[in-house]
Design a protein around this ligand. Structure first.
Ligand SMILES: Nc1ncnc2c1ncn2[C@@H]1O[C@H](COP(=O)(O)OP(=O)(O)OP(=O)(O)O)[C@@H](O)[C@H]1O
Length: 225
């Protein structure tokens, strides 16, 4: 489902932000990506989403080598991977439901079908009552849930989220995590970047840990105690 083989990533003069990363995530897994600030967690998620190219090595997502992806295959990959970045990029001049409809606009679905899909996505994250609200009037946790609804409306096989519980109180963070667990329960492969150790200890089944010049996978044999 996701495979990194000896992946390196540099940004210009910023050499080897990620160095020699190898791991596999199989369909349906729930995985945390952990590590201190600046370790490269966001970078790892962006590589999976195809938002940044690897500098070296091979990445496969959903059976496709990202560096060999044809222009025609790119939109399919975009739909297969739902992405929630640190900045949720919600549009504050549109209603909540219009934000969720946005990724559907390129699919050619009839408006009535698109609207019922968007409503189903809002319902799954508990925001049915807020479909006409402007995102700016929503709380931090509600905005995060709206971003999740927008990420899952195309029914992605993989969901990746970058620090989705940052800046939220503990109770709201738990609510967001249970939304992710619900999607994972129905088969969505889920990767979440976090540096909240307590939250991860509670929820993690597996943890990919990036620290300066070191990568550890809690599922690999050398890390099993
Ligand atoms: N577009 C970019 N151009 C240059 N350097 C970048 C770029 N994006 C990230 N970096 C650098 O790469 C390193 C890793 O950044 P990244 O955002 O992946 O870390 P992170 O672990 O997600 O951090 P945080 O927990 O603070 O969000 C940082 O030193 C950052 O400055």
């Amino acid at each position: 489902m996701i495979e990194f083989l000896h992946v390196f990533k540099s940004y210009g003069q910023e050499k080897n932000i990620l160095a020699d990363i190898t791991f596999q995530v199989t369909a349906g897994e729930f995985v945390f990506v952990a590590g201190p600030s600046g370790a490269g967690k966001s970078t790892l998620l962006k590589l999976i989403a195809g938002l940044e190219p690897a500098s070296r090595g091979s990445i496969q997502v959903n059976g496709q080598r990202l560096d060999k992806l044809s222009a025609r295959a790119k939109p399919y990959l975009r739909r297969a991977v739902g992405v929630i970045l640190q900045d949720t990029h919600l549009l504050y001049d549109r209603s909540a439901i219009d934000n969720v409809l946005l990724p559907l606009s390129v699919t050619g679905l009839p408006m009535s079908t698109a609207k019922s899909r968007a409503r189903a996505a809002l319902e799954k994250v508990g925001l049915s009552q807020k479909e006409q609200a402007n995102p700016i009037t929503l709380s931090g946790g509600e905005q995060q849930r709206l971003a999740i609804a927008r990420a899952i409306v195309n029914r992605p096989a993989i969901l990746i989220a970058d620090e989705p519980t940052a800046n939220l109180d503990a109770e709201t963070a738990q609510r967001i995590m249970s939304v992710f667990r619900d999607f994972n329960r129905v088969g969505v492969t889920t990767l979440i970047a976090s540096h909240d150790e307590a939250l991860m200890a509670q929820h993690a089944t597996r943890c990919l840990r990036i620290t300066q010049r070191h990568f550890a996978d809690s599922a690999s044999s050398e890390n099993r105690q």
